[in-house]
Ligand binder design. Sequence first.
Ligand code: SF4
Length: 431
Amino acid sequence: MNTPATMSVDTEIQLIVAGDPAVTAEACTPDLADGPWVFDALPMPSYGPGASMADPIPAEAPRQGQLPEEYKTASKDELDARIRAAKETLGDRVVVLGHFYQRDEVVQYADFVGDSFQLANAALTVPQAEAIVFCGVHFMAETADILAKPSQSVILPNSRPAARWPTWPTSTPLKEAWAQLQEFYETEPDAEGRVPLIPVTYMNSSAALRGFCGRNGGIVCTSSNAATVLEWAFERGQRVLFFPDQHLGRNTAKAMGVPLERMPMWNPRKPLGGSTVDELVDAQVILWHGFCSVHKRFSVAQIEKARAAHPDVRVIVHPECPMPVVDAADAAGSTDFIVKAIQAAPAGSTFAIGTEINLVQRLANEYPQHTIFCLDDVICPCSTMYRIHPGYLAWVLEELVAGRVVNQITVGDDVAVPARVALERMLAARP
Ligand code: SF4
């Protein structure tokens, strides 16, 4: 269970797939050892700037440029030299942001490392940068573009969409659900002036969803402030439609005292979302049928195994984990919460962490005074984050040196303006 954290996740995966007997861990799929360009070459449409996950792709939408062959075949040392040289040439004209869940081979070049909201705010501190290279996922780059100055370009080094977010609502199913719910509930506010339904979206969602919330009296939340945001919504609405991550919604509302029977799930493939009329009438939080594939892997059995092996272990999990896992853990919180808990612990502490493996192994390396390991024995990084390889970073930086912007993410005003409204409501919400 306690993999010695002396190598990066990527190195470990390469050794596992090569059958190196020195590495005993398993990887969840051997595909991870391939360059992401192998996946990118599959015959599926690419994703244009400003699009949202699984939204229909307009025929005229710009397509991601193909990574030139030289970046696929370059050695690690060559890519390292090229990335450093390009960054030096660009100087403060570029800022590179690295999400906590990125592989170490990319994070090492980041000017700022953090969660999605921290990175979007970090970008605001470098207004002189002409380009913001966001090593994360699509919706994070959208946030950066919404907050960026018009003169700044936001670049996602590999902007091809991942195929593994099947239950993430696109704007179209959400609009259909919203229309059904509007029809179901009375449209007039109650005696206290509370409207029937308030939409609340997690920051980790496409700009289209955040724009939807802004247009419909709703709000955005992060994993750190979800309870504050739900309080805000309960003051203004009789109930909440929470999306896309059911687990964050359920864990947060349960901790606030909302009974589970008042949290029906909305499955867009079923009539009335799969709930009965009575369940919807009584609902306080309607949970969208979505989840994060990384955090869904954690289980109570893993926690029991960690406790058996390390009786003094402190188990901390992310609130995107399923409710039984959060209930069995010692604490649940955002990536920032996890990092701070480790920083504050006395030397010699033992932690089992339920979040993305790249962050966990990096923390294990950064805090050798503790024993830190991932709850999941299997090496299974976020496949969407993993799509960014140093080859893509070298490519977009060298293109910038040549005066060309590739893989730019832009969000049109029709989405950006209401998305900003939902974000401003969140920033103004106070506990
Ligand atoms: S799959 Fe989970 S960890 Fe990966 S980007 Fe999506 S929400 Fe984040």
